[in-house]
Design a protein around this ligand. Structure first.
Ligand SMILES: Nc1ncnc2c1ncn2[C@@H]1O[C@H](COP(=O)(O)OP(=O)(O)OP(=O)(O)O)[C@@H](O)[C@H]1O
Ligand SMILES: [Mg+2]
Length: 312
């Protein structure tokens, strides 16, 4: 039994407390491991500031590769020459102190910055397997937002019914058949572990749901268009522990189907839900590695200081 008031046990709770692992695997050594018979891409790499950073073999290939990537708000450089590969069908946690550029980097993936003037991308974010550069101005941001969905810190359902919130992206994609819409809305709501709670009130306003239900609705809306990547920006920071636990379990289940990048300030959450962790500081990527290794044996003193709560 858990003590009163404690978080419900989560299968990945043990990660951060497990026995000490061997020294971090180097990028080259890690590249030789992994799933048998699968063609392997180079592994997550690091910025020049991060030559010693570690990375471990992802279970599959790299879904998105950020290459020599910088981002500017006017003259201010918020992301500084970052290079990192995001493993396919795995969860990568993006951590770092407030203002280090986590949200900025996440928003580059679905071209959210295009909505604002005087912003600039440099370098590439290559989406595999097609190899397109997400931030190439010739690539439609609308298409990118279909292929790469985002779930925000505060649940932001549209002022529409539960059904219409989930159907929205499908209608944009040209799905007209009532039957197909109904089927796909149901599938997305089931995928977001919300169907059982809303199946009898799909036409009710989304605002009538609790905060945790609204966040799962936003996840259903993100999943409905069958994205290749789902970006989560502190998705549970406005939620209570029970709702947080549901979202964490959901993220854990989703990772077998979709590539996930999650920003979190909660180190326990990063340890519970993620396979890989990337630590940013002042716009730079300091260290990237397998979450269990990073939390038990970080390669860089700065990472160790951050994850042990000495700043941030
Ligand atoms: N629209 C903007 N215009 C100018 N500068 C911005 C803008 N948005 C963010 N910044 C700056 O870019 C840097 C990175 O901000 P960002 O929001 O990406 O940080 P973050 O790591 O997500 O922080 P937090 O953990 O507080 O959410 C900060 O210095 C911030 O002040
Ligand atoms: Mg942020």
């Amino acid at each position: 039994m858990s003590p009163p008031g404690s978080r419900p046990a989560h299968p990945r709770d043990t990660i951060a407390r497990g026995p000490a692992l061997a020294a971090p695997v180097s990028v080259d050594a890690a590249a030789t491991g992994g799933a048998a018979g699968r063609p392997r891409e180079p592994l997550p790499t690091t910025t020049p500031a991060n030559q010693e950073a570690t990375a471990a073999a992802p279970a599959a290939g790299i879904k998105a590769r950020v290459q020599d990537f910088s981002f500017y708000y006017g003259p201010f450089q918020a992301v500084k020459n970052v290079s990192i590969g995001f493993a396919e069908r795995a969860v990568t946690a993006l951590i770092g102190p407030s203002g280090c550029g986590k949200t900025t980097l996440l928003r580059c993936f679905n071209r959210m910055h295009d909505l604002y003037p005087d912003t600039r991308y440099e370098g590439k974010i290559v989406l595999n397997p097609s190899g397109i550069n997400i931030v190439d101005r010739r690539i439609s941001p609308i298409e990118m937002r279909m292929r790469i969905s985002m779930v925000f810190q505060k649940p932001n359902p549209f002022p529409k019914s539960i059904f219409e919130n989930v159907a929205y992206g499908l209608r944009l994609r040209g799905v007209r058949s009532r039957r197909e819409l109904a089927d796909r809305v149901e599938t997305a709501l089931k995928g977001a572990a919300l169907w059982g709670e809303v199946s009898d009130r799909l036409r009710k306003p989304a605002f009538a749901l609790s905060g945790g239900q609204q966040q799962r609705l936003c996840i259903a809306r993100a999943l409905a268009v069958e994205p290749e990547i789902v970006l989560f920006d502190e998705p549970t920071s406005a939620l209570d522990p029970i709702a947080t636990s549901k979202i964490e379990e959901l993220i854990h289940e989703l990772r077998s189907r979709v590539t996930i990048i999650i920003v979190t300030h909660n180190m326990q959450q990063a340890a519970r839900v993620s396979d890989f962790t990337a630590f940013m500081y002042l716009g730079e990527m300091v260290e990237v590695g397998r979450t269990d290794m990073m939390f038990q044996n970080p390669a860089r003193p700065l990472t160790e200081q951050y994850i042990s709560g000495r700043f941030g």
